[in-house]
Ligand binder design. Structure first.
Ligand code: FAD
Length: 487
């Protein structure tokens, strides 16, 4: 059988491996780290367990699909629960809002807390769904770089509907037209950060994102986010995929514009096809540095998505008013994004995302304790003084939580680890520590992501959050689907 070599065991690399093995390829995956999952991994700390990266699980059907494809029952490997409370929101003016999964309950809560009528929510939801129905065919589930995509009737229909995807105004402007209440504008503006973008710049097309969360649901995997990685690695192994850890790929070897193989541990391994799950920027700069003529400059020079600063805190107390997902909004959202995108630093009043997986999985923390994943959005790494920024951010987060929860967390922290743009880049080879590849801050971003196949080198493919269709677990899994369908 034909040999497929995959660079990286991120979630997209694992999914691609499964798809190619099912197609009859002999598949081997080379991973630089000693563990699989890339960003989707966990850390152990003093009796606490934390999911290190992604914490919000949406579109679980894309994970299930892989088990079904391999002829297995997903429930034998992987289970998840739908969340009744998607998120709790806390505003600086004292407003508190609970986002229920149930649409009626959510609309009632929003009317009660902000005065926005149910009609406004309905109109927003209708718009969000209609953007999804148009874009999923063109931008998400297929390659934009393949003629066959354009020969399909549903694609053509979508292209003719492009005016209806609201790409000509910013997300923030659109949200102001749907809602009078500033809490609701901020609530929906935040979805731009789901792919590391800025709502004051990104096209209103990104208003598709709330539809994914509200309609398809927010879920919690039994075993935490780590279970997604673990169950897919198990499935890959069952389908015959071989994983090699501690095995950084040094070079993609090309001969006569065709893939020859990979160089690993100074040895050249022959391959019929190669798939890179490494960030596309580093794939060209590190693995293809002998072939500068191949470099797609325009794509590689696009602005990257934002990064994150995360404190993993063991907390010796339980907070009844908190849930799995919690947001503490900044008082001035526009100023906060100005810090991230223009000044490339961190606001003194950052929006805090607090994830507490022990709410759903109690053994993630000792009895009576909680595991706090405290994340703020930060600019990507362009050489800032991160040690200083981190010290300031810790203090500002503490003050903000004190203002809103009335509790000094400093007294409650039993242990701490930190992930910042430097370590995100170091651990997963993500250029500048960006979380989601390129940003979506222009209408053209969707067209300026790298294709899933090289136009110049035969049998070289790309998957993962830095290429089409984009970052986040669902899209990374779709990139694997596009590669699997294309080979
Ligand atoms: P990665 O996870 O980046 O994996 C790439 C792998 O390739 C790594 O294991 C790396 O070691 C390996 N590699 C790189 N170079 C080489 C080489 N030369 N040789 C061998 N191996 C190599 N998404 C969501 O859906 N929901 C969320 O809530 C969410 N929150 C996030 C929070 C944080 C803090 C972060 C960091 C990300 C978050 N994301 C979230 C995004 C999501 O994690 C990513 O989009 C997704 O995991 C990307 O998967 P990937 O397969 O592209 O690659």
């Amino acid at each position: 059988s034909k040999k497929a070599l995959i660079i990286g065991a991120g979630i997209a690399g694992i999914a691609t491996a499964i798809r190619l093995a099912v197609k009859g390829y002999d598949v081997e995956v080379f991973e630089a780290n000693s563990y699989p999952g890339g960003k989707l991994t966990s850390i152990a700390q003093n009796g606490y367990r934390f999911d290190a990266g992604p914490s919000l699980f949406t579109m679980p059907q894309y994970v299930d699909e892989l088990f079904k494809l391999a002829g297995k029952n997903p429930r034998d490997y992987f289970n998840y629960q739908r969340l009744d409370v998607v998120c709790r929101y806390f505003y600086e003016d004292g407003t508190k809002l609970t986002a229920y999964a149930d649409e009626q309950k959510l609309a009632d809560e929003i009317t009660a807390k902000t005065g926005e009528p149910a009609k406004a929510m309905q109109q927003f939801a209708d718009n969000s769904r209609s953007i999804y129905n148009i874009t999923n065919h063109v931008f998400l589930e297929r390659s934009l770089h393949r003629v066959a995509t354009y020969l399909r009737w549903d694609t053509l229909k979508s292209i003719f509907s492009l005016l209806r995807i609201d790409a000509m105004r910013t997300m923030h402007k659109a949200n102001q037209s749907f809602f009078k209440d500033k809490h609701m504008v901020q609530y929906f503006d935040r979805y731009a950060t789901y792919n590391g973008s800025n709502p004051y710049q990104a096209p209103a097309t990104l208003n598709v994102i709330p539809h994914l969360e509200q309609h398809y649901g927010a879920w919690f995997p039994e075993g935490g986010m780590q279970a997604i990685t673990d169950s897919l690695v198990k499935l890959a192994e069952v389908t015959g995929v071989k994983f090699h850890y501690n095995s950084p790929v040094q070079e993609i070897v090309i001969e006569d514009k065709k893939i020859k193989g990979l160089k690993v541990k100074d040895t050249i391994l022959a391959a019929d096809i190669v798939v890179s799950n490494m960030d596309v920027w580093f794939t060209y700069h590190k693995l293809l540095s002998n072939y500068p003529e191949l470099k797609p400059e325009k794509i590689l020079q696009q602005e990257r998505s934002s990064s994150a600063l995360i404190f993993y805190w063991g907390i010796k107390k339980q907070f009844k008013q908190l849930d799995l997902h919690n947001i503490f909004f900044s008082a001035d959202y526009e100023a906060e994004f100005g810090h991230i995108w223009q000044d490339k630093n961190i606001s003194d009043d950052p929006t805090i995302y607090l994830n507490i997986s022990s709410k759903c999985k109690p053994d993630d923390a000792p009895a009576g304790h909680e595991n706090w994943f405290v994340m703020i959005n930060v600019p990507n790494n362009t050489g800032q003084d991160w040690d200083l920024l981190i010290t300031q951010a810790r203090e500002n987060i503490r003050k903000k939580l004190f203002r809103i929860l009335g509790e000094d967390v400093k007294q409650l922290i039993t242990s701490e680890s930190i992930l910042d743009p430097r370590s995100i880049e170091g651990k997963t080879s993500s250029y500048q520590g960006s979380l989601y590849g390129n940003s979506s801050n222009t209408q053209f971003a969707a067209f300026l992501r790298h294709a899933n196949r090289s136009a110049k080198i035969k049998n070289l493919y790309f998957c993962g959050g830095s290429v089409h269709p984009g970052g986040g677990i669902p899209l990374a899994l779709l990139s694997a689907k596009i590669v699997g369908d294309w080979v």
